[in-house]
Ligand binder design. Structure first.
Ligand SMILES: NC(=O)c1ccc[n+]([C@@H]2O[C@H](COP(=O)([O-])OP(=O)(O)OC[C@H]3O[C@@H](n4cnc5c(N)ncnc54)[C@H](OP(=O)(O)O)[C@@H]3O)[C@@H](O)[C@H]2O)c1
Length: 353
């Protein structure tokens, strides 16, 4: 019997991109969200079924999910939307995927309680099936395969991809928190711009700074490596600017500043168009070290951040719909292996050093 699946948040920038890519691939998701007009109009245009429900009431979510086998959740910030949708999926027995990049959301998905309930109900929970974290998660697993006794893992990416409204909003909410890294297995707050170094992500050596990327959570669940940091290229000038953010964080966290910035995003940010998506690939890098000082480095070039999010999320959806995976909490690479990233459109092959 054909399994039924849903994209929730289908009218957002990324949800719509995934819905259109799904139709191009011959897939037939049910489109869902809370905005009746925009969901109906997109579903009519694409010739797909639709459902409209909000995430405010648990019984409404469960009603909205009746008969659904899998949800691809695209409505963020996920710090607000993920937990109620996971509850709904566990209640109706639907597999749950999302495209979050938020450390707190990953930790919730992998928490003992959620993981146990997922095992008991036979439901697969997998957060991060977009750019964050498929490529870096696959690089993390590849490095673990190359250096099984690694104690330290660094991951990073370089891209001129442009930015979507929801990603911007999630970043604005993050302005109120410091950076993070994993130290001896524990997620630890560190000040922004604390560490810098030179890294060749795939376009030549560049100065880089650590940021609180989702792999601080997920790469630990995938590899068990206890010390993890995550890097992006940043000019020395901007690293100094980032350090000064530590001083003004209390101001950035006020509700006045947050609301003003979020309104500005609604007015000004529309996300990268097809031309930008086609012409701005991403460069992924990872490095593992063991106690003896041995080191392995892996690089891979991939499609643009948003194209990869659509290709990656749909690859996980189609594989999961056609596989018999036991219930539990997974990362993308722990579900489908390190080679998942090499098999996506626009990806090269791993380069190992
Ligand atoms: N993993 C990755 O690499 C990756 C890539 C792209 C995006 N993302 C993440 O995906 C999320 C969406 O990004 P986007 O740029 O597509 O955002 P967007 O264009 O702003 O769309 C957000 C969508 O979420 C819905 N939504 C927001 N809050 C909701 C709530 N409380 N209840 C129900 N629906 C809600 C919105 O519905 P309304 O229209 O009704 O407001 C809209 O459909 C962000 O968190 C972003 O960080 C991750």
């Amino acid at each position: 019997m054909e399994r039924t699946w849903m994209i929730y948040g289908a009218n957002g920038y990324t949800g719509e991109l995934i819905a259109r890519t799904a139709v191009e691939q011959g897939l037939k998701p049910i489109l869902a969200g809370r905005n009746l007009e925009r969901i109906h109009s997109l579903a009519n245009e694409l010739g797909l079924e639709s459902r409209v429900f909000s995430l405010k009431e648990q019984n409404q979510i469960e009603l909205g999910l009746v008969g659904i086998n899998l949800v691809l959740h695209c409505a963020g910030p996920f710090s607000i939307t993920s937990a109620p949708m996971i509850e709904g999926c566990l209640a109706v027995g639907a597999d749950y995927l999302d495209i979050t990049g938020e450390i707190g959301v990953f930790e919730h998905t992998h928490a003992f309680e959620q993981a146990n309930r997922a095992i008991e109900t036979g439901v697969v929970l997998c957060s991060g099936v977009g750019f964050d974290v498929i490529p870096t998660d696959c690089v993390a697993l590849k490095l673990k395969e190359l250096l099984p006794n690694a104690t330290h893992l660094s991951l990073g990416f370089d891209s001129d991809s442009g930015i979507s409204p929801g990603t911007f909003k999630t970043m604005i909410q993050g302005l109120s928190s410091p950076s993070a890294e994993r130290q001896d297995g524990v997620i630890t707050k560190v000040s922004l711009g604390k560490k810098s170094r030179t890294i060749d992500f795939g376009r030549g050596p560049r100065t880089a700074m650590t940021i609180p990327w989702g792999d601080i959570s997920t790469a630990y669940h995938t590899t068990g490596i206890a010390n993890i940091d995550t890097w992006v290229p940043m000019s020395t000038y901007k690293i100094i600017g980032a350090r000064s953010m530590n001083l003004i964080r209390p101001i950035l966290a006020t509700s006045f500043v947050q609301k003003t910035l979020l309104k500005w995003v609604d007015r000004s940010i529309s996300g990268p168009d097809e031309e930008v998506r086609k012409n701005s690939p991403a460069y992924i890098w990872g490095e593992a070290r063991n106690a003896a000082g041995e080191k392995r480095t892996v690089r891979i070039k991939t499609a643009n951040v948003y194209s990869l999010t659509a290709f990656g999320a749909l690859a996980v959806v189609t594989r999961l719909l056609n596989a018999d995976v036991p219930g539990g909490s997974y990362t993308p690479a722990s579900l489908f292996g390190s080679e998942l990233i090499e098999e996506l459109p626009g990806s090269g092959k791993f380069q190992v050093f």
